[in-house]
Design a binder for this molecule. Structure first.
Ligand code: 13P
Length: 251
């Protein structure tokens, strides 16, 4: 299985900064990208095309968006469609990121609608799940993940190509805090995700990649990526500088 090293630049980078970071990343990674690894940069809408230009078609590097609206077109002021993202060079998009759920108020049902719509529109999708600290403390990890996954993937066709869908486990308490989930916590959560994917997709559920996200840094990436059921990482803060992110990609 190809491991996916995904950057989430969040609301950072102008066009010039995005192009420069992408160019520098390709240069730093050089020919060192392991044969079983691929890299994805999820950029702000305005920087998608510039990011693609910076990558200049480098093999196993691609561009993604961080959000879209689940309609083809219409009176949805301020929103953007999957086809518009593809037109700007994106082949992937995130759904269900904790900041969309908890800052922008997206429900499990809306995240599910987006996930199915994005896949049907031809985007590859990284669907994100994760518990808040109070849910973890109340022993609700399994309950939260089960609810988010069953509603989030409810309308995804059971025969979807598993290479086109990833699930990112991002414990909310580990995002941007410097608190990284420990190996036991990651193993437990990823095993829960894996068993639910198998229940939904059968044997293909074993080929859906499960990414870990939450304070991944150059010095912890190798340990995390080596864990069972960890098929990649989704990196926020440490993906903003090409030097840091290249060290994660090469870890
Ligand atoms: P940090 O790597 O900054 O903790 O962010 C994780 C994240 O939200 C990636 O989507």
């Amino acid at each position: 299985m190809m491991k996916l090293f995904a950057a989430n630049w969040k609301m950072h980078k102008t066009q010039a900064e995005a192009r420069q970071t992408a160019e520098e990343l390709v240069r730093l990674v050089g020919s060192g990208l392991a044969a079983d690894r691929e890299v994805l940069l999820t950029a702000p809408f305005t920087a998608l095309a510039a990011t693609a230009q910076g990558l200049a078609g480098a093999a196993r590097f691609s561009v993604g968006a961080q959000n879209f609206y689940p309609e083809t077109h219409g009176a949805f002021t301020g929103e953007i469609s999957p086809a518009m993202l593809q037109d700007a060079g994106a082949s992937w998009a995130l759904t269900g990121h904790s900041e969309r759920r908890h800052v922008l108020g997206e429900s499990d049902g809306f995240v599910g609608r987006k996930t199915a719509f994005g896949l049907a529109a031809g985007l590859n999708v990284i669907f994100c799940v994760g518990e808040k600290i109070e849910e973890r403390k109340a022993n609700q990890l399994a309950e939260v993940l089960t609810r988010q996954i069953s509603l989030g993937l409810a309308d995804v066709p059971r025969d979807v190509s598993p290479q086109r869908l990833c699930v990112a486990y991002e414990p909310v308490w580990a995002i941007g805090t410097g608190l990284v989930a420990g190996p036991a916590e990651i193993l437990e959560a990823h095993a829960l995700v894996r068993s639910q994917l198998a229940a939904i997709f059968g044997s293909a559920g074993r080929e859906v990649r499960i990414l870990y996200g939450g304070s991944v840094k150059p010095d912890n990436a190798a340990e995390i990526i080596a864990l069972d059921n960890v098929d990649g990482v989704l990196v926020g803060g440490a993906s903003l500088k090409a030097d840091d992110f290249s060290r994660i990609v090469l870890a």
